[in-house]
Write a protein that binds this ligand. Sequence first.
Ligand code: SF4
Ligand code: SF4
Length: 267
Amino acid sequence: MTDRLVTANIKLASPDWEMGFQVGVPEAPIAVTELLPLAQNLSNAIVDATVQEIETRGGKISCCKGCGACCRQLVPISDVEARYIAELVESLPEPRRSQVKARFEDAVKRLAEAGLLEKLRQPECWYREGYREFGLEYFRQGIPCPFLEDEACSIYPDRPVTCREFLVTTPAKNCQNPATETIRSVKLPMRVGPALAKLGTRGDDPSEAHWVPLILALEWMAANPNAPPHRSGPDLLGDLMRHLTGKELPPLAESEQMPPSQPETPN
Ligand code: SF4
Ligand code: SF4
């Protein structure tokens, strides 16, 4: 028997672009991680539309493959992505799994030696206030992301939404010595990363964003092995869209087949 699916027609709009698409989610309870592919597609579409607009106006994005200075930055990700990243590492074949785990362990050791680990473990202490200073201190350690290989992301299709949503228009060489005056990042009209971080997977205040530093994803998973309770697809999608746009989802329709979830080209 086919699982019952529900669909929603979603429109996203910024001052510069509009896009519409149909998404489908199971009506039954699902794991929050099952919503991630949809969230990643949304993020990709918002980034693509914004980049297209910048380029139409003659601007240029500096980011490209093989340019990985930013992959030494502090990368905050949502609980759901921390779980996804930890599961992804566990699914890697050997010896790659052990190599990647060793890089995580080495990074954590270096952060402890630098005296940053305890603060890093408390995002509530650095995410809102002092983020810039703490982020620069982290960057100065020169610790590469465990997934960075030959200055390129080795999990590119699965990379966190935070990585997808960070782009700059300033010269790439400026990223090797980042400062407020030398880095101009692209301002997205809406960001999926914070919306995911508010999905309330810790079961407390659902409007509060919860962050995990990417570098501590494995440690976080070890301390939080139990996945949050499954929730119905429409509930999860509704929360994600509310956190992303501030609006309620339009009415959902039942469907027996998964419809396309790729956004249309913006106009
Ligand atoms: S943010 Fe900077 S270092 Fe990262 S890809 Fe873009 S230009 Fe390169
Ligand atoms: S996950 Fe990939 S894109 Fe993100 S910081 Fe790591 S290497 Fe860079």
